[in-house]
Design a protein around this ligand. Structure first.
Ligand code: HPA
Ligand code: ZN
Length: 359
C-alpha cells in the first residue's frame, strides 16, 4: 500500500492553512475520538494527492502536476462544479482492482484513527464505466478490502452506488441494471453530481426500480440546490436520508417536516466551506438545524480535497461553532441511528458511544 501521506491536520496546513479561527486541531487531546458512523463519504473523494500520483505512475497516466504539493494547490474551489471537474479528472488514475483496493485501505486507516466504527461509502460507477472500467473491477477491488474491514480495522462497511444526476435518468437506469449482479455488496443507491439544473424528480422511476430490487435510497439534495429538491427527494424518490440538506433552513415548512419525520441529514461542514455553500464556518446553519430538532449527522464528503476527515469536522464544530460535548454525542448517536445497521450492531455502537469519556 502507498504511504498514507501527511496526517489530516498537517494536510490541512499544507493545502489551505488554518481552516478556521481556532485551526483544525480538535481541543480534545488525550481522549480517543468520539465513536461515530460515517454516512456521507465518496471513496473517490478520499484519493489523497500522494496516492493519485503514485497510481498515475503505476498506470502510465499523466497528470498535469509536478508533485503532491502542486496537485493540492489546485484544491481551490468556487462551487460544486469547480470541484467536480477536478474530482472526475483525478479519479482517472483509478484503473485496476489493486488501485481500488489501495484507495479503500487508505480510507480505512484514516477512518479508524478518526473514531469511525461503521461507514456507508459512496462510489460513482458511471464515472468509471465511461473510462472503460467496469463495475466488477471497481467492486471487486473495493470489496477485497472492505469485505474484511471489521476484522482488520474494527469498522463495518457498506457500499452505496450513486447515479450522476447530470447524466440523466436513462443512464442511471442502465447503471442500476448493470449493478444487479452485485446487489449483495451494495446496500443502497444515491444521487450525486452537479445538483443545480438537475432536479431529483426526473429520477423517480430509477429510484422506484431500485427500491423494488431491495436497495435503500438516499440522495444529495439542498447542497447548492433549492429546498424544492429536498421536498422532491422525500416525496418522489422516497429517500430515507438526505445528503447535505443544509438549504432546508430556508423553508420553515420543510424544517418542520424533516423534524417531525426525523429524516436524517448527512451534513458535511468542511465540504460546505470549501465549495462556497457557506462563506465561513462560523455562519454554518448546523447549529440552527440542531436547535430546530433535526436529525443531523456530521460527515466528511470528499476529505482528501476538503482538508479534513470526519473527526476533523467534529473538532471544528467545537473549535469554531462552540459546540459542546453533549451536542457532539447527540450527532454521533444520530449517525448510528441513521445507519443501515442491524439492531444488535446499532445497540453495540451506542454502548461504545455511551462509554466515550467526558472531556
Ligand atoms: N455533491 C455532489 N456530488 C458529489 C459531491 C458532493 O458534495 N462529492 C462528490 N460527488
Ligand atoms: Zn457528497
Amino acid at each position: 500500500m502507498a504511504d498514507p501521506g501527511p496526517s489530516p491536520t498537517a494536510r490541512a496546513e499544507i493545502s489551505h492553512g488554518s481552516v478556521g479561527a481556532a485551526g483544525a486541531d480538535p481541543p480534545r487531546a488525550g481522549r480517543p475520538p468520539i465513536p461515530k458512523a460515517e454516512l456521507h463519504v465518496h471513496i473517490e473523494g478520499t484519493l489523497e494527492a500522494e496516492l493519485a500520483l503514485l497510481l498515475a505512475g503505476r498506470n502510465g497516466i499523466s497528470l498535469p502536476y509536478q508533485d503532491a504539493k502542486d496537485l493540492r494547490r489546485a484544491y481551490e474551489f468556487s462551487s460544486l462544479q469547480s470541484f467536480l471537474d477536478l474530482y472526475y479528472a483525478t479519479m482517472a488514475v483509478l484503473c485496476t482492482e489493486q488501485d481500488f483496493a489501495d484507495l479503500a485501505s487508505e480510507y480505512l486507516e484514516r477512518a479508524s484513527a478518526q473514531g469511525v466504527r461503521h461507514a456507508e461509502i459512496f462510489f460513482d460507477p458511471q464515472a468509471h464505466a465511461e473510462r472503460g472500467i467496469g463495475l466488477a473491477r471497481v467492486i471487486d477491488g473495493l470489496w477485497s478490502v472492505l469485505g474484511s474491514s471489521e476484522q482488520t480495522h474494527g469498522i463495518s462497511t457498506a457500499l452505496i452506488m450513486c447515479f450522476l444526476r447530470e447524466r440523466g435518468p436513462a443512464a442511471a437506469m442502465a447503471s442500476l441494471e448493470a449493478a444487479l449482479p452485485f446487489r449483495d455488496r451494495i446496500i443502497a443507491v444515491g444521487l450525486d453530481g452537479a445538483e443545480v439544473g438537475h432536479p431529483p424528480a426526473a429520477f423517480s422511476d430509477v429510484f422506484d426500480r431500485a427500491r423494488a430490487e431491495g436497495f435503500r435510497c438516499v440522495a444529495h439534495a439542498g447542497e447548492e440546490g433549492p429546498p424544492s429538491y429536498i421536498w422532491d427527494s422525500l416525496d418522489r424518490l422516497r429517500v430515507s436520508r438526505i445528503d447535505h440538506g443544509v438549504r432546508c433552513v430556508e423553508d420553515a415548512a420543510l424544517v418542520a417536516r424533516l423534524r417531525d419525520e426525523q429524516t436524517p441529514l448527512t451534513v458535511c461542514p468542511l465540504s460546505n466551506l470549501r465549495l462556497g455553500v457557506v462563506t465561513e464556518l462560523a455562519r454554518h446553519p448546523l447549529p440552527r438545524m440542531i436547535e430546530a430538532g433535526l436529525a443531523v449527522t456530521v460527515n466528511s464528503d470528499d476529505p482528501a480535497y476538503f482538508g479534513g476527515y470526519i473527526d476533523d469536522n467534529y473538532g471544528l464544530l467545537q473549535a469554531v461553532l462552540g459546540m459542546t460535548d453533549p451536542q457532539l454525542r447527540t450527532m454521533a448517536e444520530a449517525s448510528f441511528r441513521a445507519a443501515f445497521l442491524a439492531d444488535e450492531a446499532r445497540a453495540r455502537h451506542l454502548d461504545a458511544l455511551a462509554g466515550w469519556p467526558d472531556g
